[in-house]
Design a protein around this ligand. Structure first.
Ligand SMILES: Nc1nc2c(c(=O)[nH]1)N[C@H]1C(S)=C(S)[C@@H](COP(=O)(O)O)O[C@H]1N2
Ligand SMILES: [Mo]
Length: 196
């Protein structure tokens, strides 16, 4: 029975407790886009929120005047890679929603190029999401969503819409682009909410 004993006594690789189930950590930053990288003019870029009560718009300067956060988070892609300790800079959605009135509990996020993704406001608020302008200490490159992308690190990375343009609140949840194509409506990596 020595082969069994050897199997159990051999040195075990500790699994990093920050790694959600089914994920592997990477040190690079893969590019994953469903289509071509759209050209987004940084100078005239604005973020728009539409609700049942009207439309709000912020320029980049308007947003930065609300207050910028530097955060370090782990990101988890549904294609099984995780990157630990990634530094980002952006403006919390809490600061935008402080200026918005809505009774809606959901939102559809829209990107230049037509990408969409749905989120509950509970996942966008409470210090859980940002409009990000920088990552790894540098402005976001076009392929990673520059000039601005959504960052929702507690959900799979497809929720972090690149080339973000704005969001429209909704009274009920509705699938966005990947969610219509089989991905989970919510996308919590700790519960492996990969497919709907
Ligand atoms: N506009 C837009 N945002 C997007 C995507 C996309 O195709 N278009 N892909 C999503 C997916 S599936 C992932 S994993 C991440 C990848 O971001 P990255 O290319 O910066 O790693 O962006 C998300 N945001
Ligand atoms: Mo992804």
């Amino acid at each position: 029975m020595s082969f069994i004993t050897r199997g159990f006594s051999g040195r075990r690789r500790e699994r990093d407790p920050r790694l959600p189930p089914g994920q592997t950590s990477v040190s690079d930053w893969p590019v994953l886009s469903a289509g071509p990288t759209p050209a987004v003019a940084a100078d005239s870029w604005e973020f728009v929120i539409g609700t049942e009560n009207g439309v709000h718009q912020w320029s980049r300067a308007d947003l930065e005047a609300l207050g910028v956060d530097d955060i370090t988070v782990d990101i988890h892609c549904v294609t099984h890679w995780t990157r630990f300790d990634m530094p980002w800079r952006g403006v919390s959605l809490d600061r935008l929603f402080a200026e918005v009135e809505t009774d809606h509990r959901y939102a559809m996020v829209h990107s230049f190029g037509g990408y969409t993704t749905n989120l509950a406001l509970d996942d966008l608020l409470g210090g859980r999401s940002w409009i990000a302008f920088e990552a790894d200490g540098a402005p976001l490159t076009p392929e990673h969503g520059g000039p601005a992308r959504l960052l929702v690190p507690h959900l799979y990375f497809w929720k972090s819409a690149k080339w973000v343009q704005g969001l429209v609140t909704m009274p009920a949840d509705k699938p966005g682009f990947w969610e219509q194509n089989g991905y989970h409506l919510h996308g919590d990596p700790w519960r492996e909410e990969r497919y709907g």
